[in-house]
Design a protein around this ligand. Structure first.
Ligand code: ASP
Length: 559
């Protein structure tokens, strides 16, 4: 009892820390922004525990079951729960955005500006996807022949490039106008389906109609265009007509693989389960393969009889030590959280982001927050009550330290230690359920992210329609958004703003200009906090539901 009182106290301290940090960031943003160091130390301490904790807890969970086969049903159930709640979240996001319509009638200038500002973010996001923390494959370059053209400003024909069978390919042009020209540079594409047949001009349609020529502009700019080529094309050649009069122009073109299909994205997700280098996955905090390894390793231990006793004791010892470490860390939580929140909100205040939020993005923010609110306060509580008959709001209170930590860190992976501690010590979820279900949930179950991806993609589509009145978002495209948003959320890393990166997959799948993420960029740092909080709460509801549904696991439900 005394213990629980002490912890309630901690929740109050954390709430006070967040509120006072926000107040400080508004009143004295320069001072608040200086607290980065304190926040970073707290974040690193949390992250430091994650990998050993996940390995030790998953292994000790399996050792506790005594037989890895006993994991089958609860494991399957957990995955089903995660998938179902993600689908509910996406559906909520779609409904809310279609009711509020935040992008309909948005200021045209705003969309064009955002598109310009978004270009850099797209490059960053692509880099993030192909670097160490990569979670989902983007789109592979094609290592075939390259288009070769004569030196700058000379018109002419490129070499013939052979196109591989059976893949949607695109041509990516860059036409760089080095100064103002009198007449723009132009490119024509020729193709043939048979290796030997005559090349003919390619016609393509985009939002502006039917074309057989790409015309750049006369202003000193880089004109960028992607054209899909027919699947049956076997040979391609380009004809380049340089600008006339004024400064010269440069042209380069690449044959690339088209956007990944839903099948590609899915198979990539499956691949994410496995690693060829366990240590690298640990270093990159790529938890899925670490979990898989831990399950298999502990499963082996359970078949080794007495010979594995020493290792088993060792693993269980590490697990207990990690949990005590987290308890110790939680004592620092109010201070750490104060620094984290003050530093980030202070930075936002200095950069004038608060004003931007309110002026430009109010309807979009309202959409995402309403969706997240419905999921966190209606859908998840209803699920918890239906399956366990527990008071969901009391459960939410018991998990409050984890939810607040998720809000403050914007990282569900960094929050995992706190989520596990709260679920076990405060919400009374059995050790066996938290040890396995929560690490898995923190990695694959991101309800908040899924909801946001779906709502943001539709918002972007609505805004795009403002600048391209011909563009119409069909039902099929909405369905594609729903499916890719689910997959993108499963694949997103539990790190800050990972959802913004995987957003490219969703936009790519429905052929919306990626640069339009510039529209959601200014508010992402804030919305990220809310969706991470929903992610962490969703995981813990999952652990409670699985726990209740498999009463053969030890029960120590709190009164
Ligand atoms: N920051 C989120 C998380 O860690 C992921 C996201 O960006 O939506 O759960």
């Amino acid at each position: 009892m005394a213990d629980s009182k002490k912890k309630s106290h901690l929740t109050t301290w954390i709430v006070m820390a967040i509120v006072s940090a926000i107040v400080l960031s508004v009143l004295a943003p320069e001072l608040a922004a200086k607290l980065t160091l304190g926040g970073e130390i707290f974040l690193r301490l949390l992250q430091m525990v994650v990998v050993p904790l996940v390995m030790a807890s998953v292994m000790s969970g399996i050792l506790g079951l005594g037989d890895v086969r006993k994991l089958g049903r609860p494991g399957g159930y957990a995955i089903l729960y995660y998938l179902a709640t993600t689908v509910f979240a996406v559906t909520t996001g779609l409904i809310v955005v279609n009711v509020i319509n935040p992008g309909v009638g948005i200021d045209k200038e705003l969309v064009l500006d955002a598109q310009e500002e978004g270009a850099e973010a797209v490059e960053d996001a692509k880099n993030a996807m192909s670097s160490g923390r990569k979670k989902i494959m983007w789109s592979k370059n094609f290592d075939g022949d390259k288009f070769l053209l004569e030196s700058k400003s000379s018109s002419g024909l490129s070499n013939i490039v052979y196109v591989p069978h059976g893949r949607q390919m695109v041509i990516d042009f860059k036409l760089q106008q080095l100064g103002t020209a009198e007449q723009p540079a132009q490119v024509k594409i020729y193709w043939s389906a048979e290796p030997k047949s005559e090349l003919q001009p390619l016609q393509w349609t985009d939002h502006a109609g039917l074309h057989d020529i790409y015309i750049a502009g006369t202003e000193p700019e880089t004109y960028h265009k992607t054209v899909q080529i027919p699947k049956e094309a076997r040979r391609i050649r380009l004809e380049y007509q340089a600008q006339k009069g004024g400064a010269s122009s440069l042209m380069s073109a690449e044959l690339l693989r088209g956007p990944p299909t839903v099948g590609d994205i899915f198979s990539n997700l499956v691949l994410m389960l496995f690693t060829n280098n366990l240590l690298q996955s640990m270093v990159e905090m790529n938890l899925l393969p670490v979990i898989i390894f831990s399950i298999v390793f502990a499963g082996m231990l359970t078949t080794m009889g007495k010979r594995s006793d020493v290792i088993a004791q060792f693993v269980i010892g590490i697990n207990d030590a990690m949990m005590s470490f987290i308890l110790l860390l939680m004592k620092l939580a109010p201070l750490g959280i104060f620094c984290l929140v003050a530093a980030r909100f202070g930075k936002a205040q200095i950069e004038g982001q608060f004003v931007a939020l309110l002026r430009v993005q109010a309807a979009y923010m309202l959409t995402v927050l309403t969706g997240l609110g419905i999921h966190a306060f209606v859908t998840l509580p209803a699920i918890l009550w239906i399956f366990t008959r527990r008071n969901p709001y009391r459960f939410m209170y018991q998990m409050s330290q984890a939810i607040l930590t998720a809000f403050s860190t914007a990282s569900s992976t960094a929050t995992l230690p706190v989520t596990m501690e709260c679920a076990e010590m405060k919400a009374g979820v059995s050790k066996r359920s938290t040890e396995f279900v929560l690490p898995l949930g923190a990695t694959v179950n991101m309800d908040g992210t899924a909801l946001y991806e779906a709502a943001a993609a539709i918002f972007i589509a609505q805004a795009f329609a403002v600048v391209n009145p011909d563009f119409n978002l069909s039902l099929i495209q909405q369905a594609t958004i729903a499916v890719t948003a689910t997959l993108a959320a499963i694949g997103a890393a539990g790190i800050p703003e990972a959802g913004l990166v995987t957003m490219l997959i969703v936009l790519n799948a429905v052929q919306l200009p990626l640069e339009l993420i510039g529209l959601i960029l200014p508010v992402d740092w804030l919305l990220d906090r809310f969706r991470t909080a929903v992610n962490a709460f969703g995981d813990s509801v999952g652990a409670a539901v699985v726990d209740h549904s498999f009463p053969d696991s030890e029960q120590n439900v709190a009164p």
